[in-house]
Design a binder for this molecule. Structure first.
Ligand code: ARG
Ligand code: ZN
Length: 885
């Protein structure tokens, strides 16, 4: 059924405490839950309706007496619930080892784990499984002591001991009331890295990272990241760790990256384990960000939680913003901060922009859903984070911190809404650019779609004025035909054509107010007049990507070159380079003519690559062409092969024209000394890897054997995974002959490292397509003994790599890619609907495809839709895809 935001009603009952015990057995686990329940007198009198799925019910008692009930679909209905407070006892069993959906209580590698967000707790026991019902939990775990020596749940350990010769128990108590989605338990044969810390407040805490025996040496980076996160949140937002003990546990079967269960975060091992030999620099950075993200949820998510799931971005958007700020602060140097920002924006453009213009487009605060798991999206997370960033831009950093303080003063311990957050930030900043436009600003929560921002300037040399006209259009999206103007903060500056920074004085101001300021567009069009402008300026707009919009600034190549050379804003410097590339790629795709790069462009790229001051990390980003998904976003009709061909041509020409510079970049970016995943070292490795990829690519054209040979040597001798994988990837993409022995060797060397085997599959799934060979290989790899659809990381590594990240191999004129997609989707749906729901999203933008892709995609979607027993996850995505026709 469709759930609507406007239908929200508070629950008919509150559950205040939960005393829950588990007799853990993989085949049949007994759950006994005793709850203190209270009628909510603020809503109309009604029955008690508990959620429950895939459970065997044994008995239901109220105040110790059996009570009559009925089961209605996934609800247990008790008509005769008392008006006075009462105790409710439910006994049921569940089957963890049969739980392939990995939601609720399940087994992985012989241990027990839980995942309850969003609605997994109802697969453990009957409950009011909604985030506005917050209770204090006491959890008793009983299990075999040799198979499950470690027994964990949220909060503090209250008791533990032996039950008999074979079984033991542990009792955990979490003093903080929490919604059921934050419940967790873990039982298994695990070991922990431990560290004690004393926080500023002078309190001692025990930090633990639990993993399988043998993985302990891969937890150092996660532990360091956790310590850094704790220190940062106390320093930046004055938010301390509130539990004596903070635990993280790794599990290799997990649907998402990680989960912020109170005091007991559970992580996909891919987001936790790292060693220089098995993880890349990007993995190290991702682990740091995810450890921080889950830790930061302790305040933004757990202490203050969501009233209902429509408010998901209240915790996710805010927590992504916090982890992005943390990563920037950790990067420290201004140039490294800019690199973080560029990477976040690339991600937003690659994933969120396409989402926002496709069949699944939805507001940051959605209005309806069938399956909430389908709404853990780039929009809720990443656009949500951009919305939080705009608050900070509008009220300033100090103002934002004051707003956060007020938010916690008002709402600590509550389940609240996005409106409550907006109100707190505005109330802490009366008279600010936010407070004076709060209602209009909140359209960021209610209107889907990426706004189009247009900017045009005119210079009057005699009057020395520059008039900048900003206008916006907000294209329709499913269910939203017409939209109102958004509040768009436009951070900007002006440069002369010689690259001089110009002072900014708006008409009516008595003196210039700096060289960098924020204009706020809140109408469909507005003009801003700058006075005392001594030279025809080049505008640098949307600095730092100050709003999640598509910008058309109409700048010429000459103007973009000024920004590329001289902009003081590193983000816009990078952006100018991207725009130069984008313009050329789009012109080729639109005209159908082969892309030929011009000398001016190549010289600009050459001087970037040779630049004596710029960071290697920045150079790598600047010399990487825009992503194919973002390019597609600029086009009305998408021909994936034409886009790929243009990008490929640009790549080959850059490889050739800058050959000597790539050699210099490769030689000049070798890292000596011990491996550190810091911005300087990882920047050098990333540029050296790009240079190597370019040199191997150019060798394919020239027939040169030296660089492929060097790549193979580097692959063999590499001292870390970043270099090894970089060299392997260069061969896989451009040198078929050497790729074969290299891939075989890599598999042999790492066959016992599951996370590295994932990389091995992913590399082949993403490999450059040559005459259908990549596609054929992926199909063949489905039969590989190491492949399994049951493990989400493995399924993603092969299938998602092809369908989501390899458009040239996936979109085939013979439709075989779409047939593959439908087959794998149906197989996956029978095992794990959440993962299948993600794969279904591949077809979000099928209506924009050119023929013959469009018709073939439609046929594949219709075939999936025709299947009677689809999960609600996949059904919702597929129906929305068809409705977008
Ligand atoms: N709250 C988790 C995080 O952002 C993600 C949980 C996702 N769960 C799901 N069922 N989709 O860190
Ligand atoms: Zn989160």
């Amino acid at each position: 059924p469709l759930i609507r935001r406007e239908d929200y009603v508070a629950p008919a009952f509150w559950i205040r405490t939960v005393d829950i015990s588990f007799d853990l057995d993989p085949a049949k686990t007994l759950v006994i839950s005793k709850m203190k329940v209270e009628r909510n007198t603020a809503v109309p009198h009604g029955p008690l309706r508990l959620h429950g799925e895939e459970l065997q019910l044994l008995r239901v008692l109220i105040n110790g007496e059996s009570v009559s009930f009925r089961q209605e679909g996934h609800e247990l209905v008790i008509e005769a619930a008392p008006d006075a407070d009462f105790t409710l006892e439910v006994r049921n069993t569940c089957a963890p080892e049969k739980n392939t959906a990995l939601s609720g209580l399940y087994t992985s590698g012989g241990s027990f784990f839980t995942q309850c967000e969003a609605e997994g707790f109802r697969r453990i026991t009957y409950f009011l499984d909604r985030p506005d019902v917050m209770a204090v939990y006491t959890v008793t775990l009983r299990a075999d002591k040799t198979k499950y020596p470690v027994l964990l749940s949220n909060g503090n350990l209250a008791d533990s001991g032996e039950l008999d010769a074979t079984r033991h128990f542990a009792v955990w108590h979490d003093p903080f009331p929490k919604p059921s989605y934050l419940f967790a338990l873990v039982a298994g044969d695990l070991v922990a890295r431990e560290q004690r810390i004393t926080t500023r407040a002078g309190r001692d805490h025990l930090l633990q990272v639990f993993v399988r025996r043998g993985d302990l040496e891969k937890t150092e980076h996660a532990m360091n990241s956790l310590v850094a996160s704790i220190v940062w949140d106390e320093a930046r937002f004055k938010l301390p760790l509130d539990l004596e003990r903070f635990m993280i546990v790794g599990v290799s079967d997990f649907n998402m990256g990680a989960m912020e269960n109170k005091g007991l975060n559970i992580f996909n091992t891919s987001a936790l384990l790292a060693s220089p030999a098995t993880a890349t620099d990007a993995d190290f950075a991702r682990i740091e960000a995810i450890v921080a993200h889950e830790y930061f949820h302790n305040w933004t998510g757990n202490r203050v939680t969501c009233r209902d799931w429509f408010q998901l971005s209240l915790k996710e958007g805010l927590t992504v913003f916090r982890d992005q700020e943390f990563s920037m602060d950790m990067a420290a140097a201004p140039s490294a901060r800019a690199v973080c920002r560029i990477q976040d924006v690339r991600q937003l453009r690659a994933m969120q922009f396409p989402e926002d213009s496709g069949a699944m487009a939805h507001p940051v605060r959605p209005d309806s859903y069938v399956e909430i798991n389908n709404f853990y999206t780039a929009t809720v997370y990443d656009k949500g984070s951009e919305v939080v960033r705009m608050y900070q831009t509008l009220v300033g950093r100090a103002g934002f911190e004051a707003g956060m303080k007020l938010y916690f003063e008002r709402h600590d311990g509550q389940a609240v809404t996005c409106d409550d957050f907006a109100q707190a930030i505005a109330d802490a900043n009366p008279g600010s650019a936010l407070a004076t436009r709060l209602e209009a600003f909140k359209r960021w929560y209610s209107q889907a779609g990426t706004p189009h921002l247009k900017a045009r300037g005119t210079y009057d040399a005699t009057a020395q004025t520059y008039t900048l006209t900003l206008s916006q259009t907000n294209p329709p999206s499913p269910g939203q035909d017409s939209k109102l103007a958004q509040v768009i903060p436009v951070a900007m500056g002006l440069l002369s054509h010689e690259g001089q920074v110009l002072p900014l004085q708006l008409q009516g101001e008595t003196e210039p107010a700096g060289t960098d300021r924020v204009l706020v567009l809140d109408q469909s069009a507005q003009s801003f007049v700058f006075v005392n402008v001594t030279a025809d300026p080049v505008p640098s707009l949307l600095r730092g990507f100050s709003a999640p919009v598509l910008l058309d600034d109409g700048l010429t190549d000459a103007e973009l070159l000024v920004l590329l050379k001289h902009d003081t804003d590193a983000f816009n410097r990078w952006e100018a380079g991207q725009r130069l590339s984008l313009n050329r790629i789009l012109a080729a795709v639109r005209s159908g003519k082969p892309l030929v790069l011009d000398g001016a462009y190549i010289e600009a790229m050459r001087s970037l690559l040779r630049h004596p001051q710029l960071d290697s990390a920045f150079k790598e980003l600047a010399l990487t062409l825009p992503g194919e998904a973002y390019i597609a976003e600029q086009l009305e009709v998408i021909d994936p092969q034409a886009i790929h061909a243009a990008v490929d041509a640009a790549q080959n020409q850059l490889a050739h024209a800058l050959r000597d510079d790539w050699v210099a970049a490769f030689e000049g970016n070798q890292v000596s000394g011990g491996y550190q995943p810091d911005p300087v070292q990882s920047g050098k490795r990333s540029l050296a890897n790009l240079a190597l990829a370019m040199l191997v690519l150019d060798a394919k054209r020239s027939g040169d054997t030296v660089w492929p040979g060097r790549a193979y040597q580097r692959f063999k001798d590499a001292g870390n995974m970043t270099d090894r994988l970089g060299a392997l990837s260069a061969l896989v993409n451009a040198h078929a002959e050497l790729a074969e022995p290299a891939l075989a060797r890599f598999h042999q060397q790492f066959k016992d490292e599951a996370l590295v085997v994932d990389k091995w599959f992913a590399l082949q799934g993403r490999a450059a397509e040559r005459d259908g060979k990549t596609f054929a290989r992926v199909r063949q790899l489905l039969q590989h003994p190491d492949f399994s659809l049951k493990n989400p990381n493995r399924a993603r590594s092969l299938i998602f790599s092809l369908c989501m990240f390899n458009p040239a191999a996936f979109h085939r004129t013979d439709a075989a890619g779409y047939v593959f997609w439908a087959d794998q989707l149906l197989a996956l749906d029978a095992i794990n609907p959440q993962i299948a729901g993600r794969l279904a999203r591949v077809m979000d933008r099928w209506t924009k495809l050119a023929e013959p892709y469009r018709s073939a995609a439609r046929e594949a979607i219709v075939r999936v839709a025709a299947k009677a027993e689809l999960s609600s996850d996949v059904r919702e995505i597929i129906e929305r895809a068809l409705a977008s026709d």
